[in-house]
Design a binder for this molecule. Structure first.
Ligand code: SF4
Length: 370
């Protein structure tokens, strides 16, 4: 099994905190899409298994593509891969792109899941983030998607934003929950150097929240979403029953994927590649890829990292089978201090971080790496 990813690195406006690769030159989109078709033809053999389980349009802002461009890429994928097991085709979208007309056009495509970059239901926070939509527009957008028949909607929200006092996060969570969306991704705001937020921080015009506040907000997200019936299945992801993101879950389970487009990453079990062309170079047909071959240690560390970020944790039986009993011993010994501190639980063959402690996952993972 494998998955397919299309990367659309275009944004009409740049968010304050964003350090993803993206460009504003939306006029390049038609040429880039054309070259994405060429890349699909050239690279479909990268995947050893041609049976796809999901397709994902991420960005950037994939909702800047026309419905025709989106369906064209999906139709092309159907010619090259066995898509009979594809149950989830996701489009990341910004709320203000989803007009009634566009949603109706999307309904005629194979897109069956929408991931909305809402981030907050507080207009002050949205303005600070330089988002293009208002809280009201986000709510209306979800209503439009519902009335058009979309029954699998995910929304992104951001917490850990300093300077807006108490109450805004609770209100954002209440509104998110009241929408009844199937999936919520919740991320802590991080200050990246080469962003507007990085600049504001350097100038002393923004002070990130302290550790205590971070933890308090994290636990608020965790508690309110759990009480509303969302399963916390990965550090940043919550889902109603049966609504885990299949595409992202496949990444975390080490499934192969092919990424198409400027900046896209691919993984074929033993190899990882990424496209280093700018959108302009890519649009000119210059697809430049770099890559690396993964060692056994890389594989094991990847498994440790993705497992400890998920509710299921590490399966020590799997580690014994693929990496040997010595590795199991090493991992259990490295985790001992965390187990004694109550941050990690060791239950039979399972080594996991309870969801209330997920905030510490980076430190735990680093200490367990081979
Ligand atoms: S829309 Fe997404 S990719 Fe574009 S600037 Fe904002 S956060 Fe970054």
């Amino acid at each position: 099994m494998a998955t397919l990813y299309f990367h659309i690195p275009f944004c009409k406006r740049i968010c304050t905190y964003c350090d993803f690769y993206k460009v504003g030159a939306v006029a390049l989109i038609p040429r880039v899409v054309e070259v994405m078709h060429r890349e699909l033809d050239q690279r479909h053999n990268y995947l050893s298994d041609k049976r796809l389980t999901s397709i994902y349009f991420g960005g950037g802002t994939p909702s800047l593509l026309s419905a025709e461009q989106i369906e064209g890429l999906i139709a092309h994928a159907r010619q090259l891969f066995d898509c009979s097991a594809v149950e989830e085709i996701t489009l990341e979208a910004n709320p203000d792109d989803l007009t009634e007309e566009y949603i109706n056009q999307l309904r005629a495509t194979s897109i069956n899941r929408i991931s909305l970059g809402i981030q907050s239901f507080d207009d002050r926070v949205l303005q600070f983030m330089n988002r293009r939509h208002s809280a009201e527009e986000a709510v209306e957008c979800v209503a439009r998607l519902r009335s058009a028949g979309y029954d699998n909607i995910s929304i992104d929200i951001i917490f850990g934003v300093a300077g807006f006092g108490d109450g805004w996060l609770e209100e954002t969570l209440k509104r998110a929950i009241s929408l009844g969306v199937e999936h919520i991704s919740a991320y802590h705001l991080t200050v990246e150097e080469n962003t507007r937020l990085g600049l504001l921080t350097r100038r002393g015009e923004y002070t990130p929240v302290d550790e205590e506040r971070s933890e308090m907000e994290y636990l608020m997200v965790e508690r309110m979403l759990a009480e509303a019936g969302y399963e916390h299945y990965e550090v940043s992801n919550y889902a109603l029953e049966g609504r885990r993101a299949r595409h992202n879950s496949a990444y975390w389970q080490g499934v192969e994927y092919l990424g198409i487009g400027p900046g896209a990453h691919s993984f074929s079990g033993d190899n990882r590649t990424w496209c280093v062309s700018t959108a302009k170079e890519y649009g000119d047909g210059d697809i430049r890829l770099e890559g690396e071959t993964l060692t056994d240690v890389d594989h094991l560390n990847e498994y440790v990292m993705t497992s400890l970020r998920r509710a299921e944790g590490i399966d020590l039986g799997f580690v014994a089978e693929h990496y040997g009993a010595d590795e199991v011993e090493r991992i259990v010994a490295s985790a001992k201090g965390w187990v004694e501190a109550g941050v990690v639980q060791h239950r039979g063959n399972q080594l996991l971080i309870p969801t209330t402690k997920f905030m510490m996952s980076d430190a735990v993972i680093e200490s367990i790496f081979a």
